[in-house]
Design a protein around this ligand. Structure first.
Ligand SMILES: [Cu+2]
Length: 87
């Protein structure tokens, strides 16, 4: 049994879900309204938690459950809202 398999079995037994944290670079935010829009988009996605959205740093920090959503779908939703996103 590989270490990976062992780890997965363990998390299943404990009923825990693993959570990943990632910084997403965002282009096109120009004011606090944009920050709020990006936050709303992120929070509307199941399995995503917002740690921070920063206008000054042009980035969002999110935590997400990789079993429910992936970073490509997260960045796609941000782009659908009219911003550029690179995870
Ligand atoms: Cu704005």
């Amino acid at each position: 049994m590989s270490a990976q398999t062992e780890f997965m079995n363990k998390t299943q037994l404990n009923g825990e879900s693993t959570v990943e944290q990632q910084t997403i670079k965002i282009g096109g935010m120009t004011c606090d309204g944009c920050v709020q829009s990006v936050k709303r988009v992120l929070l509307n996605m199941p399995g995503v938690d917002v740690i921070d959205v920063s206008l000054a740093l042009n980035q969002a920090i999110v935590k997400f459950d990789p079993q429910r959503i992936d970073i490509a779908r997260i960045t796609q939703s941000i782009e659908n809202a009219g911003y550029e996103a690179r995870g």
